[in-house]
Write a protein that binds this ligand. Structure first.
Ligand SMILES: *[C@@H]1O[C@H](CO)[C@@H](O)[C@H](O)[C@H]1NC(C)=O
Ligand SMILES: *[C@@H]1O[C@H](CO)[C@@H](O)[C@H](O)[C@H]1NC(C)=O
Ligand SMILES: *[C@@H]1O[C@H](CO)[C@@H](O)[C@H](O)[C@H]1NC(C)=O
Ligand SMILES: *[C@@H]1O[C@H](CO)[C@@H](O)[C@H](O)[C@H]1NC(C)=O
Ligand SMILES: *[C@@H]1O[C@H](CO)[C@@H](O)[C@H](O)[C@H]1NC(C)=O
Ligand SMILES: *[C@@H]1O[C@H](CO)[C@@H](O)[C@H](O)[C@H]1NC(C)=O
Ligand SMILES: *[C@@H]1O[C@H](CO)[C@@H](O)[C@H](O)[C@H]1NC(C)=O
Length: 691
């Protein structure tokens, strides 16, 4: 309730003082909230969240989103298990097998075990409700089945599925399988039970107190279940794995939080119960960044994201290499190239006028203003300052209406059920603005706006001061996390970024069989890079630190899971042979298709993983050999009908990384460019490669 009260105070406060200019350094002193309006398309969160959780912002692109949209019955991948809450009273888990060919890598959900209660449910209000989310954190979700009196502590990376009763009442527990039970035995202590299934799987059940379990061919029951059960699959028949599970059975995590203690460092901390050390699993990127050495290298589970390995400890520190966040090219451009870039700039800037932007759609509008903003920075870099005032004027005219709320045809609004920005077009349509109204793609669209705003605040500081509250409000919708004393109570900590997987998700409030997904990693990187630039523009080191850290992680994730190197063995031989880039990465699947193009249009796949071209592109594609492999793989598709000329921008941009001369020749001949790109920007990029 306290949160709800302060939230409404903010609203009334900001409506009366919304245009107060704030101090030059650090975050604005007055928070700004866009005008509130109802969305007719967001699902009602009350169906799955209890009232006490509704007073704070709710996650909209999370690892458990399927549990709170649609019927709540699509599975989610909570490593190493797929979890599906199929009805109001049962939960199934699957240790998925992998399916991989030249076009997809997927995991198949099979309900290996289904947990429910045999108590007759009373036809009361509670039994009619579906499962409930009784708590969530960065690294966990607690799912209750009230009509079965069962509570599941779903913690990411836990080799054990842990559950208890909700109340102190016993319940008649049933654990059934679609496979046949070929053997069942209980240890003398009655606290460990081993179940072998006819599909070859061995499952271990650990109970917090001695429990007598009965079994039939397809079902195990416990007539009076009270306490904790932890279930783990034995990843292979190696007895050393069983010894480890036995040893760490007693300490169980119930939630996990992430702190950004300083730039380029994350700290995970789990709240736990029971005795002994906490055993969890790390994915390949965790393992690279983990500074501690308590890794059980040989204790492995398989996963579409690569092998998961055991790590001991109730907190982990992840350290990454700092990355440069700069307005201009990192290494600079030789002076002899200035005239060619400046002459392209002159033309591109001349083309900026009131009719340049022909769309009201937030994504394409964002791309257009970010494109214009780049021209100002290129002008700075090649010492062509006479171009800047025209860009500044264009940006003021184009951006202000969105921030002042009088843009004709669209605009930003505040949605109060899940708590966040929506667009006017998205408020009554789940498909307009690519689903922005149901919280899809926020980091992509807003990243472009924030980029343009950061640049304008840099070249026109008076404008920057005036619109600082609005600028922060747009940015904080997707990156509110830890802005210190200035966290906005009206946005979630991070909207898209996944603190465990270490990259962002799109998809929003949609139910999808394979969980959340993300297509463009480069646009995700752009969002955090732009937030970091906003920090530079406002001399807010804290903001720059957070933005740079998330940008660095998004880049590492792109290199780990989207960039497919010939020598990698993550995705299987066939997929690796045919693909240098993943098209759409889903929580539970890798697809070679795009939302807007078939797998054969590889140049589009390349483009969507490169755009927009800016100084951060150099860090995202730092490996010249990989750039060459991607270009050689994608180039033949440039001649396919359907692959537009605009995609050449990105193929040649990557070519410039390893063959400057050849790429420059090709770029000079281009007649059209992508709507987010320009000849001046492309020449800037290529010449910045000639070192
Ligand atoms: C707010 O919503 C109402 C009806 O739901 C609509 O008539 C009105 O145009 C909306 N206002 C804005 C600014 O979108
Ligand atoms: C999503 O939920 C809706 C409504 O419950 C349902 O009709 C649809 O089939 C679901 N879609 C998927 C992909 O599961
Ligand atoms: C790959 O597997 C999927 C799912 O089974 C199937 O739909 C697809 O046709 C397969 N593709 C190829 C190239 O074999
Ligand atoms: C146990 O169940 C009874 C009725 O079945 C109910 O009245 C009581 O509140 C429950 N106890 C707890 C601790 O929930
Ligand atoms: C379930 O049924 C048993 C008796 O069969 C009873 O003792 C217990 O209280 C019931 N639990 C709930 C949660 O209703
Ligand atoms: C605006 O710029 C476009 C090119 O972007 C040009 O075709 C058009 O003539 C210009 N209009 C005005 C009014 O200057
Ligand atoms: C660059 O491309 C040209 C033309 O295809 C080729 O002749 C040359 O060998 C290439 N240079 C490098 C370094 O790859």
């Amino acid at each position: 309730m306290a949160l709800a009260t302060s939230f409404f105070l903010f609203l009334s406060f900001t409506f009366s003082f919304c245009c107060v200019a704030s101090a030059a350094h650090g975050p604005p002193t007055t928070p700004f909230v866009f005008p509130a309006n109802k969305s007719t398309v967001v699902p009602n969160p009350r169906r799955f969240f209890p009232a006490r959780l509704l007073s704070a912002p709710l996650p909209t692109n999370s690892f458990f989103q399927n549990f709170v949209v649609g019927k709540g019955d699509e599975p989610e991948y909570i490593h190493p298990y797929l979890i599906k809450s199929a009805s109001s009273s049962s939960l199934s888990l699957s240790y998925p097998s992998r399916l991989s060919n030249s076009s997809i890598v997927g995991q198949v959900f099979v309900p290996d075990l289904t947990i429910t209660s045999l108590n007759k449910t009373r036809p009361s209000a509670i039994s009619r409700t579906r499962h409930r989310i009784s708590a969530f954190s960065d690294l966990s979700v607690t799912l209750d089945l009230p009509s079965s009196n069962l509570r599941f502590f779903l913690v990411r990376g836990s080799p054990f599925l842990t559950f208890s009763t909700i109340t102190r009442n016993t319940t008649r527990l049933s654990i059934s399988t679609i496979h046949a039970i070929v053997s069942f035995c209980s240890a003398e202590s009655l606290t460990k039970h081993t179940v072998k299934l006819n599909n070859g799987q061995t499952w271990l059940f650990y109970t917090s107190a001695p429990m007598r379990l009965a079994h039939r061919t397809f079902q195990i029951t416990c007539s009076k279940f009270l306490g904790i059960i932890r279930i783990a699959i034995l990843p292979d028949s190696d007895s050393k794995h069983e010894v480890i599970l036995d040893k760490y059975r007693s300490c169980y995590p119930i939630s996990g939080h992430v702190e950004l203690t300083k730039p380029f460092r994350l700290k995970y901390k789990w709240e736990r119960k029971g005795r002994g050390e906490l055993l969890l699993l790390a994915h390949p990127l965790h393992r690279r960044l983990l500074s501690r050495t308590n890794v059980l290298e040989n204790f492995k589970y398989k996963s579409v994201d690569g092998d998961l390995v055991g790590v001991l400890g109730h907190s982990w520190v992840l350290n990454m290499e700092p990355i440069p966040v700069t307005w201009h090219s990192i290494g600079g451009i030789r002076k002899k190239h200035f005239p060619e870039i400046a002459s392209a700039l002159r033309e591109d800037v001349k083309g900026l006028n009131s009719t340049t932007i022909t769309t009201a759609a937030s994504y394409f509008y964002g791309k257009s203003i970010a494109r214009a903003a780049r021209l100002a920075l290129v002008a700075e870099e090649v010492r062509f300052p006479q171009a800047i005032p025209r860009v500044a004027k264009f940006l003021r005219n184009a951006i202000q209406p969105w921030l002042d709320g009088y843009f004709d045809g669209n605009g930003f609004l505040y949605e109060r059920q899940w708590r966040g920005l929506i667009t006017e077009l998205g408020s009554s349509s789940s498909t307009e603005d690519f689903g922005f109204g149901i919280y899809n793609d926020h980091h992509f669209h807003l990243g472009y706006f924030v980029y343009a705003i950061a640049v304008l605040a840099k070249i026109d500081p008076a404008w920057g001061r005036r619109y600082k509250p609005q600028a922060y409000s747009l940015m904080a919708d997707y990156m509110n996390l830890g802005l210190g004393s200035f966290s906005y109570s009206y946005y979630p900590r991070v909207r898209c970024f996944d603190m465990w997987k270490l990259h962002s998700w799109a998809a929003g409030l949609n139910n999808f069989t394979d969980g959340r997904n993300q297509e463009s990693t480069s646009e995700a990187v752009n969002a955090y890079y732009s937030a970091a630039l906003l920090g530079l523009a406002y001399e807010d080191n804290h903001l720059t630190g957070i933005g740079s850290t998330l940008a660095a992680l998004e880049i590492l994730s792109a290199k780990t899971w989207w960039h497919v190197r010939k020598e990698d063995d993550l995705y299987g031989k066939e997929f690796t042979r045919k693909n240098r880039l993943v098209g759409i990465l889903w929580a539970n699947m890798r697809d070679s298709k795009l939302w807007f193009a078939p797998a054969e249009w590889k140049a589009c796949r390349l483009g969507i993983q490169v755009l927009p071209i800016s100084p951060i592109t150099e860090t995202l594609f730092s490996d010249a050999d990989f750039a060459r492999d991607v270009v050689e793989w994608a180039s033949p598709s440039l001649s396919l009908s359907g692959v537009g000329e605009n995609w050449k921008d990105f193929v040649y941009a990557l070519k410039g990384i390893y063959n400057y001369t050849n790429a420059l020749n090709k770029i000079r001949k281009l007649k059209v460019h992508d709507d987010g790109n320009s000849l001046a920007n492309l020449l800037w990029w290529i010449h910045s490669r000639s070192r």
